[in-house]
Design a protein around this ligand. Structure first.
Ligand code: NAD
Length: 474
């Protein structure tokens, strides 16, 4: 836990274990935060707000630049820590740490560009708007991309002059705590960023309920998001919700099959399938389905599974037991109900039985019926359901048949089809001939049960700024 720039224990004196998901070994223990810890962190953030809001955005950016330099120097160690607690292969962990650095760098450049507007008002008047930071913000984040999502929150919040309390996921707080201490080392004043570890229902809710918290930015499951939104709205707070997704990938008969196979492989199995915008449903034209499935099967069979800390690993374990049990149970149910044909995978790898890790084979299931849980729920793991469709109209109809609306991709060389996909697919992000790609410059977020608001890009700054209007009579 980090409050007021210092590592502290919890008021309750409790600790909880952080387990390596590849080995089942204990890596570390962190303080089990309480409501009192959340309150102390908010007080620290509140005390730090005045001075931090007062200095220029360039001064704030200097802290970010120094932190980015340290992070790049320690990238290997940070990536190894992330792999140990999260399970992702080292290369993915390095990408994520670099992503953290790039997000902070992006906001340094943007910081001074966020100015107000000037208006000429009828009857000899003028008006200007100025933008003001909100005050104390709370950020509650998940375990799938703990470093990147931390950057998506603290980048725009802190550069705009807010202070923040971060609540990491309980299985992945170590990288978050280390990154927070690097920011302190880089000169971030005490109290500007505080990290409280502990259960979501306790620490998370205490933050959302605290009257000094002006904005809550939440990333996690849709159900948790609804609970957070209810509490935030009843306290009249701003709220951003980045929630679950069940992204469809549509492969047309004119698609470049080689790149579509590579896109599906990465889109589904990156981070062991635990990416909010992972390809969670694949719709392929029936005329090319056999060929596509064969090629995808070969590619999936080539994935190397193991402890991500080792060289040449393509896919690590699931992050936690709950997730692992869910995936095992879901696939068992699919087999029991005969909902589709498992082409490859479908079980815990034989050679991982002794490792105590949460491994599951990358799994391809074809001809899955529309009512299957595989197509209805957000499947956060390495299981890819494939459905054959007659044409693009049917693909779009099926793709939109979901409560979610985070991302969607269409794979085609035909511009008319690509445009139709962009117009008719109901999601916050549409990719053409790619999937998963995000960038600090580009707004990101979902529609329907996938969320409210946007992160990244210039727009994210406005999520952390209030407008004050000043009217002048001349
Ligand atoms: P989760 O909802 O279980 O937990 C997210 C965070 O909320 C954790 O820190 C948790 O401790 C906290 N929390 C739990 N209950 C709470 C409560 N009652 N009040 C306040 N906080 C509470 O989600 P998860 O399992 O950690 O993450 C996976 C989910 O996150 C998936 O649904 C995934 O799609 C989603 N996600 C979305 C995005 C996006 O940008 N849309 C990005 C990454 C992950």
């Amino acid at each position: 836990m980090q409050i007021n720039g210092k590592a502290v224990e919890s008021c309750g004196g409790e600790f909880f274990d952080i387990i390596n998901p590849a080995t089942g070994e204990l890596i570390d223990q962190v303080p089990g935060g309480t409501k009192d810890d959340a309150a102390l962190a908010v007080e620290a953030a509140s005390s730090a707000f005045g001075d931090w809001a007062y200095i220029s955005s360039q001064q704030r950016a200097r802290v970010f630049y120094r932190a980015v330099e340290i992070i790049r120097q320690r990238k290997d160690a940070l990536a190894a820590l992330l792999t140990k607690e999260q399970g992702k292969p080292l290369l993915e962990a390095k990408n994520e740490i670099e992503g953290f650095a790039q997000v902070l760098e992006y906001y340094c450049g943007l910081a001074s560009s966020s100015q107000g507007d000037f208006f000429k008002v009828p009857q000899n008047g003028y008006a200007i708007t100025v933008k003001k930071p909100l005050g104390v913000c709370a950020a509650i984040i998940p375990w799938n991309m703990p470093a990147l999502i931390m950057a998506w929150k603290i980048g725009p919040a802190l550069i705009s002059g807010n202070t923040l309390v971060l609540k990491p996921a309980s299985s992945t707080p170590l990288t978050n705590l280390t990154l927070a201490s690097i920011l302190s080392e880089a000169g971030l004043p005490a109290g500007v960023l505080n990290v409280v570890t502990g259960p979501g229902e306790l620490v998370g809710e205490a933050l959302v309920n605290n009257h000094k918290v002006k904005k809550v930015s939440f990333t996690g499951e849709s159900m948790t998001g609804k609970r957070v939104a209810e509490l935030a709205v009843s306290g009249n707070k701003r709220v951003t919700l980045e929630l679950g997704g069940s992204d469809p990938m549509l492969v047309c008969d004119d698609a470049d099959l080689k790149s579509a196979v590579a896109g599906a492989l990465r889109g589904r199995f990156y981070n062991c399938g635990q990416t909010c915008t992972a390809v969670k449903r694949l719709y392929v034209f029936e005329s090319i389905a056999e060929d596509f499935i064969k090629k995808l099967e070969t590619a999936i069979r080539g994935l190397r599974i193991g402890n991500g800390i080792n060289e040449n690993i393509d896919m690590g374990p699931l992050n936690n037991r709950r997730q692992w049990e869910y995936i095992k149970e879901l696939v068992a149910e699919i087999e029991e109900k005969d909902e589709g044909r498992i082409i490859t995978g479908g079980k815990v790898p034989a050679n991982s039985a002794s490792s105590k890790g949460y491994f599951f084979e990358p799994t391809l299931i074809v001809d899955v019926p529309g009512e299957s849980r595989l197509l209805k729920e957000e499947v956060f793991g390495p299981v890819l359901p494939v459905v054959r469709v007659k044409n693009l109209d049917e693909a779009i109809k099926e793709a939109n048949n979901t409560i979610y609306g985070l991302g969607a991709s269409i794979w085609t060389k035909n511009l008319d089809r690509a445009i139709l996909g962009c117009q008719q697919l109901n999601a916050g992000v549409i990719w053409i001939n790619q999937h998963l790609k995000v960038a600090p410059e580009v707004p990101f977020g979902g529609v329907k049960e996938s969320g409210i608001g946007r992160e990244n890009g210039p727009y994210a700054l406005s999520e952390y700024l209030d407008l004050k209007t000043i009217m002048l009579k001349t």
